[in-house]
Design a protein around this ligand. Structure first.
Ligand code: MN
Ligand code: MN
Ligand code: MN
Length: 291
């Protein structure tokens, strides 16, 4: 795709709404994206596409294009890795089924935590923690608040030190599928799998290269080269990795909430020259309005 002169093209391929752990509703999110000058936005909530329809419904009037997106959790050598899926068929029944299974994995973990912390009768704790999570699947901080309310502990520190921190009974690992499996799900739905924020896992360069090799073998096509909060040197390092492995390059803010100076919709370093932007491989060429 060539971008016409005088056009306003700004693409952000990673952000969150209240459909997962973001604080803005899909409607408020697209409003803010538009105010920030974003022209193309992929909403990539954690393991759900529930926000997509609302985002799309409100984006049209703002002249903003919505790209199908999701951020999937998986494991690779015991390390939790995030894979962004882009431009998949959001009606693909098998893909919808695996998203449901990811949701079920979260509930299985929550139930396990409740059982570990309240052996005789886990239900009241699970119910209370779910309440603390606003009706969604509770995580450890929600269990901590539930334990405080039950009078089991007096504060968050105590909750984590005694019950939920590393090595304690409530420290239950997530039940995520393998990286290769998740990559195949995205590809099977016609989408492009992208390694999200590759520097966040704090892997050595060798391990990161091994991760990328396994990712490619499974059908992964791109990595996020530019995202918020990168250290100096990260952009160049990831661009080099991208070129060497012949992957496509993605960019996304990973926006969750307003007010963080290091993270805003549409704000990230420009992709270095010589990389192949992932959006050139979307099923439909992007429409770019001239200014
Ligand atoms: Mn998140
Ligand atoms: Mn992530
Ligand atoms: Mn994210």
């Amino acid at each position: 795709m060539t971008i016409p002169q005088g056009s306003t093209f700004c693409i952000d391929l990673h952000c969150h709404s209240t459909a997962s752990d973001g604080t803005l509703s899909p409607q408020a999110l697209v409003q803010r994206a538009s105010e920030q000058g974003v022209s193309h936005l992929a909403l990539t909530d954690h393991d759900t596409i529930e926000g997509l329809a609302e985002a799309r419904e409100h984006a049209g009037a703002l002249g903003l294009s919505i790209i199908n997106g999701v951020e999937l959790s998986c494991v690779w050598h015991r390390q939790t890795i995030h894979v962004v899926g882009l431009d998949f068929d959001h009606r693909d029944p098998e893909f919808l089924a695996v998203l449901a299974s990811q949701h079920e994995n979260r509930w299985r973990r929550a139930r396990k935590i409740a059982e570990r912390l309240s052996r005789k009768d886990p239900e009241p704790l699970l119910t209370l923690a779910t309440e603390k999570a606003g009706g969604d699947v509770p995580g450890r901080p929600h269990f901590a608040r539930a334990l405080i309310e039950q009078g089991v502990v007096s504060d968050m520190n105590q909750a984590f030190n005694r019950h939920l921190g590393a090595g304690k009974p409530g420290d239950v690992k997530a039940f995520w599928p393998e990286l290769a499996e998740v990559v195949r799900w995205v590809a099977a739905a016609g989408g492009i799998a992208v390694v999200a924020h590759p520097r966040k896992y704090k892997l050595t360069a060798t391990k990161l290269r091994n991760l990328v090799a396994d990712f490619k073998r499974a059908g992964g096509r791109a990595i996020e080269v530019s995202t918020s909060g990168q250290q100096s040197g990260d952009l160049g390092f990831l661009a080099e990795l991208c070129r060497r492995e012949e992957l496509w390059a993605s960019q996304g803010s990973d926006f969750h909430f307003p007010g963080a100076p290091w993270c805003e919709l549409g704000r990230m370093e420009k992709l270095p020259a010589g990389l192949e932007p992932v959006w050139q491989h979307f099923r439909q060429p992007l429409e770019v309005a001239s200014a």
